[in-house]
Design a protein around this ligand. Sequence first.
Ligand code: IMP
Ligand code: MG
Length: 181
Amino acid sequence: MPDFDTKPALNTLISQSEIANRVDALAASIAKDTSGSPTILVALLKGSVVFLSDLMRRLHAHGVSPIIDFLIVSSYKDAQESSGSIEIVSDIKSSVEGKTVVLIDDIIDTGRTMLEVKERLEAKQADKVLTVALLDKPSRRKVDISPDYYGFTIDDVFVVGYGLDFAGEYRCLPYIATIDN
Ligand code: IMP
Ligand code: MG
């Protein structure tokens, strides 16, 4: 676990330009698959805020301008492991009934967050819920879900940057990095 007193070194895992290229490709696919249907982007705070802001502008470049809403769920706090079930801290304000929901998170780890939120949105009568994560750690999966769209598959390493944090730090880094112990 990183120790902030010793200023741990950051190692770039995915660069800014790699992220930008991949986000554009994801936006192109999502724009193609959602064209013609009323669409809402639902982003999980806080981790997906940077990804959302880039993705929505690339979606606009590909000809779609969906509305957006946010969900806050209880998460890792200061640890590097998720517990069991998640808790909705702040729910979306928009109706998803009859809409295509694009559910956005920064990373899928155990998959519990994405699966539970997806089921809740389906229960609110969304027409369909498409899931998108910038990063996927399939080796860590504990429940049966794989994202409809993902940016990069990574190994079982803890990463920060581009919205992802460790104990609230590092979200502002413009690239994805691992932390040296
Ligand atoms: P899951 O419910 O186990 O899939 O957890 C997903 C959430 O865990 C993400 O939204 C992140 O907030 C957090 N998380 C998982 N892996 C990492 C990581 O490597 N760095 C930072 N946050 C992570
Ligand atoms: Mg998160």
